[in-house]
Design a protein. Structure first.
Length: 610
């Protein structure tokens, strides 16, 4: 009955949203609607013109996901944010093409208060940015305040500008977790957990008031790995990691001219002075600026990407390499015609992989995983199709994005090859279950529950009383069984002994570099490296073409063409708003967890470097 109500309400909500959108469109009038559709479709096919001596502008706040997001019509009704027009592969391809395009004279890295892509994706873009230098084209970077992560990109520039009142942050990384055990106890909310893995700390914020030694150990190791990677990115500026570490330990921030003295910045300038330098590069330096907004001949990264054809997807061949995107938490379900946006639905992704297995033109599959995990059941459903693909003689190569942990690693574990970036967060081979009870809270506020049952264990999942020791033992056995299965699948897929997997598992999170050393990852690299590996394993030579999945429907393409007028950018929020939004994100993630057994393989935290 609970599932019936859930899907009935979801269907009703979808119908209401559709009617709202339809009503909105109808108000435009029949003639106006035709004009809107024609205009939208026309915009989809129109690429901007690139003039000679144009500067390519990469605004670091540009949202760059792995794949084109499916547009949720409800988001168009209730949200002001436009969907991103630029994917990671498109961004890399555009940068590589622009480096050799005679019309593009320079690259401008425009700093921002927030970055629109993750660490692993950022790493994948850096060689394409460096290609400008190899082509003899200048790279300029400007910001008022450079964070460490931004600076890792800016370090590739020939000239780094810093506002006179700005600073370069170089004070290291810090991680903290909010522990709620005391608060929950005071509220009268009981928490019981089942878990396997000494480092599987996803449950600890609910049952502890401080970090466990294991959590402290793994988080410190992960931060150190990421920090060393960030320090190494300053190598193009002849700055050693030791120099930057000294600054982090003693200064933390370099203000104005001090950043230039320490050689982290090349010039102290206001933005109008930077624009003047850009106008010199475009040949506009001697022209009078008529309006109040200083400007120069430019094209955005997304705008330029729209002019670039993908040579891998435009090839003519009957042999197809399928690039399948798996982004978001892993949840159960996905049997309908429409997939839920922002999550990986187990049945939907499995169905996609099954279709590729049955397609004779598909010779190999690259599975791009960017997921913190989720439902254990859904993860196994997906992994089953990965195994069947391999049994059908079609190589499967996994390309790990910013994170591929817990269930995200489960679905990757038995691929022919696994590639990751040094900063990819992976591993977390562990399982847990969380059970809340509201009995004491109900007593405090005068709420009571009563009921009947036909057997002793019928109410084992009730949230109105604590679990008995016998019930916890049953639930723990379920967790143990899934954990044992996890170890078996990793041992088989990675060609490791089970004791070796058990030692490096325990729910511990690793960086991509550490995972390579441990054998959880085969080599370091990005999406294109994974594609090349799949082509090699399938022995296709040059006779192949790339096809990305899932393919957007015609309606989705129309929505994208009509509503995506510019690239969505991350927004900087005040600290209070940021905390509230983080709470909303966490709550949405918890609501998405729908494993039928109540057992999850989820990374213990969301790791964001700012």
């Amino acid at each position: 009955m609970r599932q019936f109500l859930k899907y009935t309400l979801a269907s009703l909500t979808g119908s209401i949203l559709f009617c709202l959108l339809l009503g909105f469109l109808l108000t435009l009038g029949a003639v106006g609607l035709v004009g809107v559709i024609v205009a939208g479709l026309g915009k989809e096919g129109d690429a901007p013109t690139v003039e000679k001596d144009t500067v390519l502008v990469y605004d670091l706040s540009t949202v760059i996901p792995d794949s084109p997001e499916a547009i949720d019509p409800s988001a168009l009704v209730f949200s002001t944010e436009t969907p991103s027009e630029l994917t990671l592969r498109q961004a890399v391809l555009a940068l590589e093409e622009a480096a050799t395009d005679d019309r593009i004279t320079a690259l401008y890295l425009k700093g921002s208060t927030a970055l629109g892509t993750g660490l692993a994706n950022q790493t994948e873009m850096q060689p394409a940015i460096a290609a400008f230098q190899a082509a003899g084209k200048p790279i300029l970077a400007y910001d008022i305040s450079w964070s460490e992560r931004e600076y890792a990109v800016a370090a590739l520039a020939d000239t780094i500008y810093l506002n006179p009142f700005g600073e370069i942050e170089m004070n290291g990384l810090y991680a903290e977790t909010m522990y709620q055990a005391d608060a929950l106890e005071k509220l009268g909310v009981g928490v019981q957990v089942t878990r396997v893995g000494r480092y599987k700390s996803a449950v600890e914020p609910l049952i502890r008031n401080t970090m466990s030694p294991e959590e402290r150990e793994q988080t410190q190791r992960l931060l150190e790995d990421v920090w060393q990677n960030l320090l190494s990115t300053a190598a193009p500026r002849d700055l050693s990691p030791q120099q930057l570490q000294t600054i982090a330990n003693t200064k933390g921030f370099l203000f104005g001219a001090e950043a230039e003295t320490q050689k982290l910045a090349d010039a102290i300038a206001y933005e109008d002075e930077v624009i003047t330098a850009l106008r010199e590069l475009t040949g506009e330096g001697d022209k009078e600026i008529e309006d109040s907004d200083l400007d120069f001949r430019q094209i955005s990264l997304a705008g330029y990407a729209a002019t670039v054809d993908d040579p891998l997807t435009s090839r003519r061949s009957d042999n197809q390499v399928a690039l399948v995107y798996a982004e978001g938490p892993i949840v159960d379900g996905g049997d309908g015609d429409f997939s839920q946006t922002g999550v990986i639905q187990g049945n939907a992704l499995a169905r996609q992989l099954r279709q590729l297995r049955q397609d004779d033109e598909v010779k190999a599959v690259v599975l791009r995983v960017n997921s913190p995990g989720g439902s254990a059941t859904a993860s196994e459903v997906i992994l089953r199709e990965v195994k069947l693909l391999r049994e059908a003689g079609k190589p499967v190569v996994v390309s790990m994005g910013n994170v591929a942990a817990s269930g995200g690693y489960w679905i990757a574990s038995q691929a022919d090859a696994i590639l990751a970036q040094p900063t990819t967060i992976t591993g977390s081979i562990g399982v847990f279950g969380i059970f809340l009870n509201l009995e004491e809270l109900g007593t405090k506020v005068g709420v009571n529950w009563d009921g009947v049952k036909t057997s002793e264990l019928a109410d084992i999942f009730s949230t109105t009383r604590p679990k008995t020791p016998a019930e916890l033992a049953i639930l723990q056995r379920s967790v143990d069984t899934i954990y044992d299965s996890f170890l078996d699948r990793v041992a088989e897929g990675r060609d490791l002994t089970r004791p070796a997997v058990a030692e490096l598992a325990q729910g511990r999170v690793w960086s991509g570099q550490a995972a390579l050393d441990l054998g959880l990852v085969d080599k370091l690299g990005g999406v294109n490296d994974a594609i090349a590996t799949a082509v090699e394993l399938a022995e296709l030579g040059d006779d192949w073409r790339l096809q990305e999945y899932p393919e957007p429907s015609e309606f989705q393409q129309f929505l994208r063409g009509f509503f995506s007028t510019e690239v969505a950018q991350t927004q900087a929020h005040d600290p209070l708003t940021a905390q509230v939004l983080q709470f909303v994100d966490d709550a949405q993630l918890l609501r998405a967890l729908n494993d039928p057994r109540g057992v999850y393989m989820l990374m213990p935290y969301q790791f964001v470097v700012k």
